[in-house]
Design a protein around this ligand. Structure first.
Ligand SMILES: CC(C)(COP(=O)(O)OP(=O)(O)OC[C@H]1O[C@@H](n2cnc3c(N)ncnc32)[C@H](O)[C@@H]1OP(=O)(O)O)[C@@H](O)C(=O)NCCC(=O)NCCS
Length: 129
């Protein structure tokens, strides 16, 4: 949660706690840890309907990006989704990272929400195989 807040909410001037929502109680949270125990990445999966899950709160520490951490988090979340019987993942990608999701087979559906009135998102989906 600390990393989620530091990467996704602190830059918007939002306080600790703003990074959580009610789905955290039941969602699957994944973290990437270095061998020294430092948490360097995180992401979350929660079901939205019978066959569909949503990935949210993907964040990798700035000094650890570009090393495959995000890819491994995404793969772990997709594998968990398949284990849960989910067939499709949806997500709202920040526009500047839509290319990351596209790299792993997500396709753009439509414009997504404008987070806090300032961060444009794209709605994306992927059918799992
Ligand atoms: C998006 C994020 C999770 C990616 O994590 P990462 O560990 O840097 O990603 P990886 O190193 O695993 O990259 C995997 C692939 O995606 C590509 N990629 C990574 N970020 C990208 C981006 N912003 N745009 C396009 N491609 C990207 C990499 O080049 C790599 O491609 P390759 O396998 O062909 O070399 C990370 O940049 C991040 O935390 N960003 C800030 C928070 C954020 O915006 N989260 C998403 C909210 S929707």
């Amino acid at each position: 949660m600390q990393l989620r807040w530091a990467i996704l909410r602190a830059p918007l001037g939002l306080p600790p706690g703003s990074e959580r929502d009610a789905e955290d109680e039941t969602a699957l949270l994944v973290v990437a840890c270095r061998s020294d125990g430092r948490v360097v990445g995180t992401g979350r999966l929660h079901p939205v309907d019978d066959g569909t899950g949503q990935i949210r709160y993907m964040a990798v520490a700035e000094d650890c990006r570009g090393q495959g951490v995000g890819a491994r988090l995404l793969a772990a979340l997709e594998a968990a989704a398949l284990e849960q019987g989910l067939k499709r993942i949806v997500l709202n990608a920040r526009e500047n990272v839509a290319g990351f999701y596209a790299r792993f087979g997500y396709r753009q559906l439509a414009p997504g929400p404008l987070l806090y009135g300032k961060i444009p998102h794209l709605r994306m989906e992927k059918y799992l195989t």
